[in-house]
Design a protein around this ligand. Structure first.
Ligand SMILES: *Cc1c(COP(=O)(O)O)cnc(C)c1O
Length: 416
């Protein structure tokens, strides 16, 4: 029996399981439909615990972690909540949390890599990112040896570290210029022969990998929550939480109401908030002045079938926008009450929860899951030496020959 099918949400056509989009157009996401209607945790390591709802036929054992969910006491009491659950994504050995790049992007990179291996992909994977995604892919590629080209804005290069001594399968290119030039350049290179794009939100492995946050939270707390909080840039994590919730409703054991999604964005650069509210909360200088620029995405999958808008409508959810002051206060509150450092993006989720409590959008007794999308980097430094990835090439977006220079450098470097 087949483990899963990948179908277009618009036309219903069953696709090759590795497809990223429907041949009939780009108006819809594809979704994985699993044959097993009940979630059966396995004893495999890390996120592979949720193997039966991941679109993979095998695992990468080394270096994989998963979400750790626990019931909050101190933060909950500070906010006057009785049933607050923290879904922690990062490094926190005291709680058995081992996502080694300290964000939930590891939940996307491992299943994505596993599927490249299933396809015996020999082409070079291209990833453009402001940091956390790039780091997660560098980590997994350093384990599997898959050649990887990272194209990142020059300002983000400090985020490009791993815990591995040997990162020779990773080629890091920095781009000087507009923040979006990195993405544009990566896109051009990925469409060339010999290169392959990882697909972003369109990739079912990325979404179902992130969906394991909800699976872990529900398995640990025994029931679907009434509310789910997360900081978003592209909103892919919100879509993933919704898709996982639908599967859990179908499972039948965890309740039948979809959790309301409460998605948080960081001012002054909140494109998803703007799209949802019909306002204009984007500054010309974006992503400058943001609490964490990993939360900026110029083209989030909002209106596409199966995208952020559908997820919010189906769950009765909402998008919030938080100021830097609110985020900074929330970060302090969380770190002092829970005793672990968190990623600035995750502080935006905490601030969103604070706003929602103040507005009366959540009631004290309701079950709430707070996705801490990243944390424990300060904790990690106590145990590991972080190895900065060397820059193979620095290009300027203004340089007309940038694309060719990168391709030449990469193909020489990898000997293809
Ligand atoms: C990527 C990222 C987010 C936002 O994720 P979405 O793709 O928008 O769901 C939030 N927090 C951290 C730490 C991230 O790395």
């Amino acid at each position: 029996m087949k483990k899963y099918d990948v179908k277009c949400l618009l036309c219903g056509e069953v696709h090759n399981p590795y497809s990223l989009s429907c041949k009939k157009g780009d108006d819809s996401l594809l979704r994985a439909y699993y044959t097993a209607k009940q979630l059966m945790p396995t004893d495999m390591p890390g996120l592979w615990r949720y193997y039966n709802w991941l679109p993979v036929e095998g695992i990468i054992e080394e270096g994989s972690g998963r979400t750790i969910t626990y019931k909050s006491e101190k933060l909950a009491s500070a906010l006057g909540l009785d049933d607050l659950w923290i879904a922690f994504n990062g490094y926190w050995p005291e709680r058995d949390a081992y996502l080694m790049t300290c964000t939930f992007k590891d939940l996307e990179s491992f299943p994505t890599m596993q599927r490249l291996m299933e396809q015996e992909e020999k082409r070079i994977m291209v990833v453009a990112s402001a940091g956390n995604t790039a780091r997660a892919f560098a980590h997994v590629c350093s384990i599997t040896g898959q050649p990887l080209l990272l194209v990142v804005p020059k300002e983000s290069v400090h985020r490009l570290w791993t815990i591995h001594d040997d990162n020779h399968s990773v080629c890091l290119v920095t781009v000087e210029g507009d923040y979006f030039d990195a993405i544009a350049l990566a896109g051009k290179i990925a469409s060339r022969e010999g290169f392959v794009n990882e697909g972003g939100a369109k990739n079912v492995a990325r979404r179902d990998g992130m969906g394991t946050v909800m699976l872990d939270a529900v398995l640990t707390s025994n029931e679907l929550p009434a509310h789910y909080f997360q900081a978003v840039g592209s909103g892919t994590g919100g879509i993933s939480a919704w898709e996982a919730s639908m599967r859990l409703v179908e499972d039948g054991r965890f309740g039948n109401t979809l959790p309301k999604l409460h998605l948080g964005q960081s001012l002054p650069c909140a494109p998803l908030y703007s799209l949802w509210k019909g306002t204009d909360a984007i500054d010309a200088a974006c992503p400058d002045e943001m609490y964490d620029d990993v939360l900026f995405n110029r083209k989030p999958p909002f209106a596409v079938k199966g995208g952020v808008k559908n997820a919010l409508e189906a769950s009765g959810g909402d998008i919030y926008a938080v100021s830097n002051e609110e985020a900074s206060y929330a970060q302090d509150l969380f770190e002092k009450s829970e005793g672990i450092d968190i990623n600035p993006a995750a502080a935006v989720a905490v601030a969103t929860l604070v706003q929602a409590v103040k507005a009366g959008n959540v009631k004290p007794g309701e079950k709430i899951v707070l996705n801490i999308t990243g944390g424990g980097q300060k904790r990690l430094i106590k145990d590991y030496e972080l190895k900065q990835l060397p820059v193979s090439l620095a290009v300027s977006a203004k340089d007309e020959d940038a694309e060719n220079m990168v391709v030449k450098k990469v193909t020489e470097g990898f000997g293809v």
